[in-house]
Write a protein that binds this ligand. Structure first.
Ligand code: ADP
Ligand code: MG
Length: 238
C-alpha cells in the first residue's frame, strides 16, 4: 500500500503555469524527497497529491485507483506542514486525537494509538501540555504524531524541519529517517535543503520551474547529474 502515480500533472493559477506536466511514480514504502529552489512548485505539487487543491489537468493514482476527483479526507494520506498548525487551545493529546474523534473509532483505540505515537516520538511527558508550552522541535514532533495516529497510506511532509535551528534540524533528519524505517510507510518529504535531501532520500526528485529535471538515488544524482542545474543544485562536480 502507498504507491503514488502522477500522470501529466499540470496546474495554472490564472495565466501562470506553475506545474508543467509532472510524471512520477513513488513506490510503496519509499522515502522520496522533492527538492528545488523556492517557487519551483514543490508545495503546489504536494497539495495536489494530498487533495488540498485540484490539478488543472492530469491524473493521480494511489495503489492503482484514480483519486483525482477525491477530497483530501478520502485519500488516506496525512500532511505535515512547516508551520506546525496545532490548535493552541488544545492539549497535545487533544491535538493528536483531533480528526480521529469524528470517525467511529472507539476511544480505547484512539488512546492506544496516541500512546504508541507518543512513545515513538518521545513526547509522552508532553501529552497534557498546550502547544504554547512546547519548543519548536517538540511542536514539530506533535505535528508528526498527529499524522502517525491516523495510520495514513503515505506521509506528505512540506519542509517540516525548516523552522528549526540548525542543530535540531540535523537530529530531526535522522529521527524522521528512523521513523520511516519503523513505519515502512511511503513518505514524500519536501525541502529546499540539498543536504537534507541527500541524507534522507531513497530517491530525490529535482524540480525546476514546474518540471522534473531528474529523478534518481542521491548517489546517482551526485555521480551522474543530468545537467548543470542538477549538478549545481546537488553540489556535485558536474
Ligand atoms: P515552492 O513550494 O517550491 O517554494 P510553491 O508551490 O509554493 O513553490 O509555488 C510555486 C509558484 O506558484 C510560485 O510562483 C507561487 O507564487 C505560485 N502559487 C502557489 N500557490 C498559488 C496560488 N494559490 N495562487 C497563485 N499563485 C500561486
Ligand atoms: Mg513550499
Amino acid at each position: 500500500m502507498g504507491r503514488i502515480q502522477l500522470h501529466d500533472i499540470r496546474k495554472s493559477f490564472g495565466a501562470v503555469d506553475v506545474l508543467k506536466g509532472i510524471d512520477l511514480t513513488i513506490n510503496e514504502g519509499e522515502l522520496v524527497v522533492f527538492v528545488g529552489p523556492s517557487g519551483c512548485g514543490k508545495s503546489t505539487l504536494l497539495r495536489m497529491i494530498a487533495g488540498l487543491d485540484k490539478p488543472t489537468s492530469g491524473r493521480i493514482e494511489i495503489d492503482g485507483v484514480d483519486v483525482t476527483p477525491r477530497s483530501a479526507a478520502d485519500r488516506g494520506l496525512a500532511m505535515v506542514f512547516q508551520s506546525y498548525a496545532l490548535y493552541p487551545h488544545m492539549t497535545v493529546r487533544a491535538n493528536m486525537a483531533f480528526g480521529l474523534q469524528n470517525t467511529k473509532m472507539p476511544k480505547p483505540e484512539i488512546d492506544a494509538r496516541i500512546a504508541e505515537a507518543a512513545r515513538m516520538l518521545e513526547i509522552e511527558p508532553l501529552l497534557e501540555r498546550r502547544p504554547g508550552q512546547l519548543s519548536g522541535g517538540q511542536r514539530q514532533r506533535v505535528a508528526i504524531g498527529r499524522a502517525i495516529v491516523r495510520r495514513p497510506t503515505a506521509f506528505l511532509l512540506d519542509e517540516p524541519l525548516s523552522n528549526l535551528d540548525a542543530e535540531l534540524r540535523v537530529s530531526m533528519r535522522a529521527e524522521l529517517s528512523a521513523l520511516h524505517e519503523r513505519l515502512g510507510a511511503t513518505m514524500i518529504h519536501v525541502t529546499h535543503d540539498q543536504v537534507e535531501a541527500m541524507t534522507m532520500a531513497d530517491r530525490i526528485v529535482v524540480l525546476r520551474a514546474g518540471k522534473v529535471e531528474q529523478v534518481d538515488t542521491p548517489l546517482n544524482l551526485f555521480n551522474r547529474p543530468a545537467n548543470l542545474f542538477v549538478a549545481g543544485f546537488i553540489g556535485a562536480p558536474g
